[in-house]
Design a protein around this ligand. Structure first.
Ligand code: NAD
Length: 272
């Protein structure tokens, strides 16, 4: 893969974000900043990536930094992104992966307004806060060059996490599906605004993926085990690494003519 430069990943302490951080570090990033609310898990992921690097044959090492941040707090987000840029010198990739999920018993008619608001705050507004401050920085910097053939690539590349529930509805998923549909809307309009300036913005839509978001929820896990054969054409859950591979594709030079796109990585779920 071709991801020279510096990456910022939100929600990087667990699941897909964690796999993304490890993949950027392995595939040539000079630095990875990992943001999450979970302070202890951040320390573990940093240690894991540093251990991974000791086994790599390449002599170049990726700088791994962690930041305990709540993406719903705009001031925290602004201060953290500024601190990262002053340390790294620039910011080439942003992966907006932090997210939470919840079902509402009885659907929209009975959903608690506080639950609705919390899901939108993390999944949509958090993504907006990070995109906003990162885009301001990226639009002012010179384009990065490909590590493979030296051609100028983008000024920056932002990947927002939507979901299969960004394009289809799933029972009782009122706020989550609404937030993920909105993330795709944000991605599309922002990609239009900045495409001519060399800032690429895309969305990725994972299908059901084996992470704590699912495995820590016995009801969802049980439903998955019952339905996976019929609901998912590939008849299995995705692995975090399979989603991270899509993210790194959207980030780097292999996707230099791709913006405003929505990449489904879902084992065929949405085509069915
Ligand atoms: P996960 O629960 O394993 O990881 C999510 C991470 O986000 C956690 O480390 C958590 O601490 C962090 N986080 C939550 N709220 C935060 C906040 N306010 N500020 C900063 N960090 C916060 O989940 P995952 O499955 O790896 O999900 C990653 C992304 O993929 C999410 O956006 C999710 O909606 C999306 N997604 C997941 C699946 C799936 O099946 N796992 C499917 C489709 C989309």
């Amino acid at each position: 893969m071709d991801v020279p430069g510096f990456a910022l990943i939100t929600g990087g302490a667990s699941g897909i974000g964690r796999a993304c951080a490890a993949t950027f570090a392995r595939d040539g990033a000079a630095g990875v900043a990992i943001l999450d609310v979970d302070h202890n898990a951040l320390a573990a992921v940093k240690a894991e990536i540093e251990e991974q690097q000791t086994k790599q044959t390449s002599s170049s090492r990726c700088q791994v930094d962690t930041y305990t941040v709540d993406v719903t707090d705009e001031d925290q987000v602004i201060q953290t992104v500024k601190a990262i840029v002053s340390k790294f010198g620039r910011l080439d990739y942003v992966v907006n992966c932090a997210g939470i999920a919840m079902k509402h018993e009885g659907g929209a008619a009975y959903a608690k307004t506080s639950d609705w608001q919390r899901i939108l705050d993390v999944n949509l507004t958090g993504t907006f806060f990070v995109l906003k401050v990162a885009a301001q920085i990226m639009l002012e910097q010179e384009p990065i060059h490909s590590a493979i053939d030296g051609r100028p690539l983008q000024r920056g590349s932002i990947i927002n996490f939507a979901s299969i529930q960004g394009v289809v509805g799933i029972p009782l998923s009122t706020a989550y599906a609404a937030s993920k549909h909105a993330v795709i809307g944000l991605t599309r309009t922002a990609s239009e605004d900045y495409a001519a300036k060399g800032l690429r913005i895309n969305a990725i839509c994972p299908g059901y993926t084996e992470t704590p978001l699912i495995t820590n929820n016995p009801a969802v896990m049980k439903a998955m085990e019952e339905r996976v054969d019929t609901a998912v054409p590939m008849q299995r859950l995705g692995k975090p690494q399979e989603i991270a591979d899509g993210v790194v594709y959207l980030a780097g030079g292999r996707s230099s003519f791709v913006t405003g796109s929505v990449l489904m990585v879902d084992g065929g779920y949405t085509q069915r």
